[in-house]
Ligand binder design. Sequence first.
Ligand code: G4P
Length: 286
Amino acid sequence: MDIQWYPGHMSKAMRIMREDLKLIDVIIELTDARVPQSSRNPDINSLANSKSRIIVLNKVDLADEAITSQWRKYYEGEGLFVKEVNSKAGKNVKSIVDVINQACAEKIERNKKRGIINRPLRAMIVGIPNVGKSTFINALVGRTSAKTGNKPGVTKGKQWIKLNKNIELMDTPGVLWPKFDDEQIGLNLSFVGSIRDEILNTYELSVKLVDFLMENYESYMIEKYKLADVKDSYDVLLQIAKFRGCKSKGDEYDTEKSAIILIDDFRKGKIGRISLEKPEDFYGKQ
Ligand code: G4P
């Protein structure tokens, strides 16, 4: 796969995050519920080591409910705390406060035993670009303080947002770069729009997406684009071009245009609630 990485940039970001994490009791790891595993950065395991961890499955409104529930069970089985949220609609976001308290129960108990009673818990939100960190923080604290411009790492001069008298949140979220050595992970991140420098051009990407959707969500595709007697992926794009009236200057049906429409419809959840990966794809049948 032809992707450019910036190792210097990344290691600096990791160094800053490692420093910031020293101040933190609990890490809230935001993932995209359509690609929960691909949207996690494996480096967080070493960065987080002994911290309490919460996995937030964000954008659940776009993901397949049954599969989201499989992911929740899988991660819970791994001993992680899990919350399903729709940050855009602010749904379930505030209840993260209860999960933070649960995740830090041992810490609270330990502090009590040592006579430390008024020390607030400190939380940090981390995630790869576009996973919804700013939207989540804004829904949680009700103001627009979380814009990072997707710069990796966290700014100096730490600011804390008081969620309540017991919990403080680091003002800026930690941006982790996506990471993958597996082509499918790269593709999944491209489908959801988390990798801007696309690993394939839009047309090739949409052909791969058509293949996945016809295999896993065929009925949604037929319903959405009124497909009939599909021959192959190209034919799907051609039928979408006809259905949506995508024509080139020479009055030919234009599958480059319908390719863009398909990806856009998918990203906005207009084809239906779709998940691109299941726990069994990574860990075998549970
Ligand atoms: P980031 O800070 O992690 O980079 O992500 P950010 O909050 O900017 O969110 C990235 C995109 O994901 C935004 O869409 C945002 O609205 C959308 N988003 C975040 N959470 C959810 C969710 O739970 N459900 C859905 N459906 N979308 C979510 P955008 O198209 O870039 O902006 P906008 O058009 O929504 O303003």
